[in-house]
Ligand binder design. Structure first.
Ligand code: ADP
Ligand code: MG
Length: 640
């Protein structure tokens, strides 16, 4: 006889933190523990059913999730005949947090003070199994994995750690036993459980059953009920959920509430969905899709480690829920279900991923989403603005990655501009608003709108009434490098190369001035040759004395960083110092230069003019000490 041994394990730090958080922050939403456990049970059944497609011995006629109440011992048990867990899986799945975003999540939540937004974050994260510790002071999980003869029992009181030992279970599957806290008795009540299941798990595809009490009158000899007798108490197994796959219905048959409930069910989000896209594709490919745009962007939208989001069903059999099989990365915020009868059911996920039909479905779904967004943009401007605020910067990634839909995506783009007062404007609208004498579409990559608006490079654009797109997203670099032209108009950076905004008269004046000041500018250029590529007159400035601009072919800061990250060394890119030809100071300098062409004063002033341009650009001075000294000397001189 083998001896039964109990092994003890410590929880990983992040599990302790998450447990603590869940138990304390989610307290007002305790009910969701049942949703989480049912959802795990349902996932486990999906896995078994999927595996049984190839391993036929595993298949069952009836899959179900059973809720059992033991009132005397105060134990609530959730059982399933799903795939089960091996010993290692019990340790890995219930003792660590596999989700790689957890660390970020915990940091973020610690940074948020307000407990309501905490709740939103936790909702997005999907707290999972640990939520059961809100209502239980001890949990035991007995599980037997498909293909294994022996079961294991995992048990924990939440704090400290968990224990493992061998156990008995006649069938494959899992029991999660909650030893309820003293004051959580209500979770043993029939009515309470029924309500929670209806609210959160009605759409679960597998039957959720519970033994419920029924009082039946005994029958008379003739078979009729004897209503005069005392009713007999008996238990019947009742199905608690309606299991309705609303996506297979037509849109007119589904209520708003059902859409909303189903959204919350699949997304684990507390918020109402922002937009529902429900349709049936007909023709070469037949499939049904029920897709949602959430109201809020999840905190980890830029660490897309969790690829859950769109579930793929084949004839109502769940296959996988990796969104990447249905939509490209830039639509990763979409949630929902796609169900197709045209896909083969008995193949591996790997083969399915290469299936031609799936390619077509993908194409269809992407088209539909982009079309819906286009409609929204045209017909519900405010709604589209809200959407764009949340997901615009994710959508933009598509311009770089999805050549096929690039034009549609460009039309969906919106930008803030120097004239839009903080509101978004599409490129189409921008072009429509262009004054007749403006040739190009102008943009400026900047850290923020406020910062951008003060920059000297914009002076002439503002004076002429030329609107400038202010691009503050880190992906905007990619956008402008992929969008060279729009509606036949060149897309130009205001601070790059020799922008052409002067009219004929102005150009003539500028050329004349350039000639007149040639020697002085040359002298200044030599003086600054280590720092700038050239010193030249500008058509961009109207007030400031100087500004720094990039060479026509310069790469942007973001790209420079990217090349560096890839281990490529970049030669330092020198900027061009542009001078305002109309500024009084430059005329005075010229006078000085004509009397003394090696004047120390000109050298000092050149350095100061350059330093000012650097400061205005938000850059660091090369020699702040000498700069301060020069300024102080100047102040003294002004008094003398
Ligand atoms: P999630 O479901 O988001 O992965 P959970 O904390 O809810 O996170 O569950 C952790 C893991 O434990 C699951 O991914 C699954 O592998 C495993 N698990 C939980 N419950 C069951 C169950 N009833 N049957 C099989 N595996 C389960
Ligand atoms: Mg779960």
């Amino acid at each position: 006889m083998s001896e039964k041994t109990t092994e003890k394990f410590e929880f990983k730090t992040e599990v302790k933190q998450l447990l603590d958080l869940v138990v304390h922050s989610l307290y007002s939403h305790k009910d969701i523990f049942l949703r989480e456990l049912i959802s795990n049970a349902s996932d486990a059944i999906d896995k078994r059913r999927f595996q049984s497609l190839t391993d036929t011995g595993l298949g069952l006629d009836s899959y179900k999730i059973k809720i059992d109440r033991n009132e005397t011992k105060m134990i609530l048990t959730i059982s399933d005949n799903g795939i089960g867990m091996s010993k290692e899986e019990l340790v890995d799945n219930l003792g660590t947090i596999a989700k790689s975003g957890t660390k970020n999540f915990l940091d973020k939540i610690k940074a948020e003070k307000d407990s309501n937004s905490n709740l939103d974050l936790i909702g997005q994260f999907g707290v999972g199994f640990y939520s059961a510790f809100m209502v239980a002071d001890k949990i035991e999980v007995v599980s037997r994995k498909a293909g294994e003869a022996i079961a294991h029992k995992w048990s924990s009181q939440g704090e400290g750690g968990f224990e493992l030992e061998e156990a008995q279970r006649s069938e494959i599957g899992t029991d999660v036993m909650l030893f309820l806290k003293k004051d959580e008795k209500s979770y043993l009540e029939e009515y309470e459980i029924k309500q929670i299941v209806k609210k959160y798990s009605d759409f679960v595809e597998h039957a959720i059953v519970m033994d419920t009490k029924s009082n039946e009158y005994p029958k008379k000899e003739n078979g009729d009920m004897d209503y005069d007798a005392t009713p007999i108490e008996s238990f019947i197994e009742e199905e608690l959920n309606s299991k309705k796959a609303i996506w297979v219905k037509s849109a007119s048959e589904v209520t708003k509430e059902e859409y909303s409930d189903f959204y919350k069910h699949i997304s684990h989000d507390y918020n109402e969905p922002f937009k529902v896209i429900h349709y049936k594709a007909e023709g070469t490919m037949e499939f049904k899709a029920l897709l949602y745009i959430p109201a809020k962007s999840p905190f980890n939208i830029y660490q897309p480690d969790n690829k859950k989001g769109i579930q793929l069903y084949v004839k109502r059999v769940f296959i996988m829920d990796d969104y990447a099989n249905i939509v490209p990365e830039y639509l990763r915020f979409i949630k929902g279900v796609v169900d197709s009868g045209d896909l083969p059911l008995n193949v591996s996920r790997e083969i399915l991923q290469q299936d031609k039909h799936l390619e077509k479905i993908k194409k269809g779904v992407v088209n539909k989403i982009l079309n819906s967004l286009k409609q929204m943009k045209e017909k519900e401007v405010d709604e589209y603005n809200k959407f764009y605020q949340e997901f615009g910067s994710v959508l933009k990634e598509g311009i770089h990655y999805d050549d096929e839909n690039k034009d549609n995506l460009i039309d969906l783009m919106m930008f803030k501009t120097t004239k839009s007062a903080g509101l978004y404007k599409s490129l189409g609208q921008y072009v429509a608003d262009m004054p007749a004498d403006q040739k190009d579409i102008y943009y400026l990559l900047a850290g923020s709108e406020e910062e951008a608006k003060k920059l000297p490079v914009l002076e002439a654009f503002n004076k002429k009434g030329f609107e400038v797109l202010v691009m503050t997203d880190s992906v905007d670099d990619w956008v402008v490098s992929s969008v060279v032209e729009y509606q036949g108009k060149k897309v130009s950076a205001v601070d790059k190369g020799d922008v052409d905004i002067a009219d004929e008269g102005e150009k003539k004046d500028l050329d004349a001035k350039k000639e007149e000041f040639k020697d002085l500018l040359g002298f200044m250029g030599k003086q600054l040759s280590e720092n700038v590529k050239e010193v030249r007159f500008s058509s961009r400035l109207t007030n400031s004395i100087s500004c720094l601009v990039n060479d026509q072919f310069a790469i942007t800061k973001n790209m420079e960083q990217m090349f560096k990250a890839m281990g490529q060394t970049m030669p330092t890119q020198k900027k061009i110092l542009e001078i305002n030809p109309e500024h009084k100071l430059i005329a005075l300098l010229k006078k000085e230069f004509e009397t003394n062409s090696s004047s120390e004063l000109i050298k000092d002033y050149t350095e100061l003019i350059y330093a000012q341009a650097l400061i205005a650009d938000g850059d660091k001075l090369h020699d702040p000490v000498s700069f301060t000294k020069k300024v102080t000397d100047l102040m003294l001189k002004a008094f003398n």
